[in-house]
Design a protein around this ligand. Structure first.
Ligand SMILES: Nc1ncnc2c1ncn2[C@@H]1O[C@H](COP(=O)(O)OP(=O)(O)OP(=O)(O)O)[C@@H](O)[C@H]1O
Ligand SMILES: [Mg+2]
Length: 475
């Protein structure tokens, strides 16, 4: 906590707005409305901060799927941004804000913190909890949303594989999470895999180095939580019957251990086996990591060599693609795109030409014309690099079926017509997911206890009359 606090002082970019003049109710209370935000978007300052988040007007809200949470979370359109608002205690909001800023600085995939609003009070002067603001993570989905669609039977495996990578990356930089679960992660499609992003850093802290005990605690908790979350999906008939919850939980531990050992373990071999250094680096590259620093020394009186990666960086392929094309995409997407670029280079007989020039032509002739075909109604939910990957896969199946190559525009059109509509979340599933997400909310706003139907009970929020249907609807 102290680490985060001391860093706050150094953050001169934050915009502070004190609303005590504009909002006398706030001024008369113990606190004054105080917004610390890493944005100067003026619309942020006009939001109804004196209203409990659960009662914010529908016309401000954007209905996108949310994961299960104890706190109230809502998505709000602010100018061109969609922001996630979470109502929590002031200390938790400030801690999480700093934790997320630290993680982003260290290049960890997590949601982007935007600000903290404290000193809120209602029109009547009753104190309200603070709000943590983060940027809605574009194209991401909570795990329950993934299971509400017809996905491959190995979806659970692929989710824990992604979570294992995230957990290893967090532990490598010394972040102890303290609350690892599928609900605290957002998933983004990454070619045939998923990428995992941390969304809930409330319980986490950064240490110079984690002990094995800390790492094991996080790992144990992750395993237990995953098994519980999958069992919960199963009881709602959302899990394919072939999935064994305990096996998936154990898989996380196996994947984590394998990754951790490959990334940090010391290997030793005879001086005549120097090729094993290169092999170790290749294995790390295959796992998506780059070696920045390798510790190589002789042991056993010079008879053996010992090798240990000192500094590893995730994103091996994505950095290469970024350098060549300026495209910033997920790791497995980058591999697929780099492969396609290689294919293009070979098919146009340009192996001897500068890689960057060929990449520019590939962008202009292949990639851009394809992603420009994404219909406008899908543009908020379909990520271009993933679309390109899915079209390539579709094109391969088409070619296999008809026995010859299919031009990209033909494959793209067919994909848009036959596959794309099935990938979208329908309104009813969205409403169910968000009702589930709210079921565990501890809402201690006094006003929120007022019954809002004639039977005197607080029914789930009505999510069906959706004002932003365009975000998810396919027609
Ligand atoms: N920036 C964001 N982008 C997309 N989704 C978000 C974002 N912030 C929150 N969410 C959604 O809201 C859900 C709840 O957020 P979060 O886990 O931070 O709440 P919480 O109440 O602290 O959870 P817990 O019960 O684990 O303490 C997440 O699972 C996610 O689906
Ligand atoms: Mg959470």
């Amino acid at each position: 906590m102290e680490d985060f606090q001391s860093l706050r002082a150094a953050r001169a970019t934050s915009v502070n707005a004190d609303f005590s003049e504009a909002n006398p109710a706030a001024a008369s209370d113990e606190g004054q409305l105080h917004i610390t935000a890493a944005t100067s978007n003026p619309r942020l300052f006009t939001l109804p901060w004196s209203t409990p988040l659960s009662q914010w007007p529908d016309d401000l809200l954007v209905k996108l799927p949310r994961g299960i949470s104890r706190h109230i979370v809502r998505f709000v359109q602010v100018g061109s941004d969609i922001l996630a608002m979470k109502e929590i205690s002031r200390s938790a909001a400030e801690h999480e804000y700093e934790a997320l800023r630290q993680l982003r600085k260290l290049d960890i995939p997590c949601v982007e913190p935007v600000g903290v609003v404290t000193g809120r009070s209602s029109e009547k002067g009753e104190p309200l909890e603070a709000i943590l603001i983060t940027k809605h993570l574009r194209y991401s989905l909570p795990y329950r949303a993934l299971f509400s669609r017809n996905l491959r039977s190995d979806t659970a495996d692929r989710l824990v594989d992604a979570l294992a990578v995230l957990l290893v990356r967090l532990h490598l930089i010394g972040f102890y999470w303290g609350d690892v679960s599928l609900s605290n992660v957002l998933f983004i499609r990454d070619a045939d895999q998923f990428g995992a992003y941390l969304v809930d850093a409330e319980t986490g802290s950064l240490y110079p180095r984690l002990t094995d005990g800390q790492r094991n605690y996080d790992l144990d908790l992750a395993r237990t939580n995953i098994i519980g979350e999958l069992m919960d999906l199963n009881s709602g008939n959302l899990l394919p019957s072939s999935v064994d919850e305990v096996e998936v939980g154990n898989r996380l531990v196996e994947r984590y251990d394998m990754l951790w050992d490959t990334l940090t373990g010391t290997e030793s071999f005879g001086t005549n086996e120097m090729w094993r250094i290169e092999k170790r680096v290749e294995k790390l590259n295959e796992l998506g990591f780059d070696v920045d620093e390798l510790d190589v020394k002789t042991v056993d009186g010079g008879r053996r060599i010992s090798v240990r990666p000192m500094v590893v960086d995730a994103g091996y392929a994505s950095r290469k693609l970024l350098k060549l094309t300026g495209l910033d995409v997920q790791e497995n997407q980058a591999r697929r795109l780099l492969n396609d670029l290689d294919g293009y280079r070979a098919s146009t007989w340009r192996q001897d030409q500068d890689e960057e020039i060929v990449a520019t032509d590939w962008m202009r002739e292949v990639y851009e014309p394809t992603v420009r075909m994404i219909p406008p109604e899908y543009q908020t939910t379909v990520e271009p690099a993933q679309f390109f990957h899915d079209v390539l896969t579709h094109r391969w199946y088409m070619a296999e079926q008809i026995g010859h190559d299919v031009p990209m525009p033909v494959a793209t059109n067919d994909y848009i017509k036959t596959v794309l509509p099935q990938t979208q979340l329908d309104q009813q599933s969205l409403a169910e997911i968000n009702a589930d997400a709210d079921a565990g909310v501890i809402d201690d706003d006094s006003v929120a206890d007022i019954p809002d139907d004639e039977f005197g009970s607080r029914g789930p929020r009505e999510e069906d009359d959706d004002q932003d249907a365009a975000v998810w609807s396919t027609d």
